[in-house]
Every structure is written in C-alpha cells, then in structure tokens.
Ligand binder design. Sequence first.
Ligand code: MGP
Ligand code: SAH
Length: 357
Amino acid sequence: MGKRHSAFTGLSCFALEAFGTNQGESSKPSTSPEYPPKSSNTAKKNTRSASDLDKESTTCVGEPSHKKRKTGLLGPGYEEYDATGLAPHYTDASEVPEHLKKYFFQRERYFSLYSSGCLLDEEGWYSVTPELIANQIAERCRCGTILDAFCGVGGNAIAFAQTCERVIAIDTSPIRLALARHNATIYGVQDRIEFIQADYLEFARSYLSRPSSSSQTRQRKIDVVFLSPPWGGPEYISGSGSPTHDQPGTNEQPHPEFNLASIQPIHGTELFKLTRKITPNVAYFLPRNTNLQEISNLLLEDASAVTEKGTPKESVQSSKQELVEVEEEWMGSKLKALTCYFGGLATGQEDLYEQDV
Ligand code: MGP
Ligand code: SAH
C-alpha cells in the first residue's frame, strides 16, 4: 500500500484510540486510490510543486481529446483530495464579496501558493494564520506529534507538517477539513497530516480517558497541542472589555480588551485547562487585544489542578514557577495576534517539556 494508506491507518489509530471507534475519520480509506496515481507523476512520490499544478490542463490524462472532462483545481489524479466547488477560488477582486475583499488582498500572505488553487471559505478567510506567522510558530513547536485542535483551512497544519513528524488536525467542519486537505496537497504535505472531523473537546476527553499504561498509548503520545479556536468572528476586535493600545507607536484607536470568556466553543480558561491535561506544551493563538493578566492567570488556575496521577500540579512544579512566553506576531507594522507558549515551549523552560501532566 502506498504512503497515503498508511496515513489513514495512523488516522484510524488516533480516532480509534480517542473515541473507541473510527467515527472521527474524515475519509474512506477503502475507496482511496493509490496516491499519487501510477498514471501521472509517479517519479515525484507524494509531493508536487505549485508549478506542476499550474502546468496541468483540465483534461483527463489518457482520455480522447473530444471527451474532455473537467477536473478540479488540483488536476487529474488528485480528485480524492480535490475540494474544488466547496468554496470559490477567487482570482479577481471583482468576484469577491465586499466584506471579504480586505482578506482577498492579503491572499498571498495567507498562502504564498494561493494562485495554485488554494481554497478558503468565509470563516477560513477571516481566521487563517498568515503563512509567515504559521511558519514561525511551527518552528517553535518542532516535535514528534502535534495536535492542531482547530485546523480550519490548514494554515497552521501545513506549516506543522514541515517541522513535526506527525500532525493530527481536528475540526468540526467537514468542509473546512476538506479545504485544509486540498490546500495541504498544493503544498505537497497532505500525507503528513491526519485529518479528523471531530469536536476537540470530545476528542480530548476521550483521549484522556484511555488507559495510560499500555505501550501502544505511550507510542502515540501527543507532544504539543496548538490551540487556535474561534474568537467570535471578525468582530472580536471591538469586544466589550476596557480600551487597550495594541499597536504601540501607531495612531490607531485603542481597542477594547478581548476576554478569554469570548473564546469558543468554551471559555478560553477551560479550554486551556483541559488541554494541559494532555500535555504541558501548549501554544495558544490569541487576539492581539487579549487581556494579558488573563493570560498569566491561566497558569495560576492550572496550578490548582491535579495531574492524571492525582498529584497536585503545584507540588510537581514546585522547584520553579512556570512562566508563559507571549510572542507578538507582527506583519510589517501591523500586530496581527499573540502566540502564548506554555510548558517546555517557553524559552528557558525546556526542562518542563517532558513534565508529568
Ligand atoms: P483581523 O484583525 O481580523 O485581520 O485578524 P486584519 O487583517 O489584521 O484586519 P484589520 O482590519 O485589523 O486590518 C488578524 C489575524 O488574526 C488574522 O490574520 C488571523 O490569522 C487571526 N484571526 C482572526 N480571527 C477572527 C480569528 C479567529 O476567530 N480565530 C483564529 N484562530 N484566528 C483568527
Ligand atoms: N488555524 C486555522 C484557523 C482556525 S479557525 C488556520 O490557520 O486555518 C477555528 C476553527 O475551529 C474553525 O475552522 C472551526 O470550524 C473550528 N472549530 C470550532 N469549534 C470546534 C470544536 N469544538 N472542535 C474542533 N474545531 C472547532
């Protein structure tokens, strides 16, 4: 079996381990063709460059020319991964709805290979992590297995696939998962990501309820969890907190502070506490106007929790007070977001990486 099949085997394993069934799978391994198909690009293994995609016509290889059949943006042989039709691929601003235009103008910041056929739906447009920022986060999260708990259209998952051995990408939306896999194919990393359609909260609770002693479980340890949950839509910036200057040195009006209570699907503090039961190593992607006191309180709240073995976390970590490192994500002169690194991901705290949770 080709690599693609083994990726789905891995996917099945994680879905099975977490849920006890393969209900979380986003695809049907039994009907999957070998990838890449023997008839095209066999020498290129599982990767293809953007120029490959550009060069391909929309005619199926081997068909008589009078029987032209339309294939999607990924071209012939990649139909299984192709999400063409699930979201429009805009090429000109005149096609784009007014409220999405400001995102369209930044399209190559989101995906440098946008013009090769990347697809985003409305929520994808306003929440995808720009590629340079995603790459920077992925570099810091370099590890064996990373869980991207809210994968969206794949901005971060694609970057993680380039620095981590294994990426598990979860989203509740089957459409965005399909768009993420389509986009990952353009980057040639689709086989390095296990896409699981699931509610992260359910996934985490099921994962945590597994017996922790089996050798199989230890093999499938999650090293890092990346959280980039919904912030409540593009209006997050005009939330209800008190005003804060999030752009020092600019003349921009101060924005109200963003509170973790506005995170979805649950309060941002609860989301963090649940995640820290999986691993101490959490990267939390938050709005640039987030209340910093709330971010540092996350550690206080978590210290009162107990480890899986019933030991109070405070006593496990008593030798040193854990800190959170908050990284500002700038693009040019614009602050886009904050990434908060916990556990062994924070500079100077590498010793916390393997901490018992
Ligand atoms: P923004 O402030 O909505 O965009 O989001 P922009 O282009 O800075 O708008 P402007 O009007 O201020 O110029 C900034 C960045 O935050 C986006 O590029 C996304 O990466 C990220 N982002 C935005 N939202 C609404 C979300 C969200 O709900 N969830 C996540 N995870 N990221 C988001
Ligand atoms: N980092 C992503 C953007 C994430 S946007 C990127 O770069 O593309 C947040 C995503 O969380 C949305 O796609 C939404 O469908 C998903 N989501 C919302 N609730 C969820 C839940 N309970 N479990 C998993 N995913 C969820």
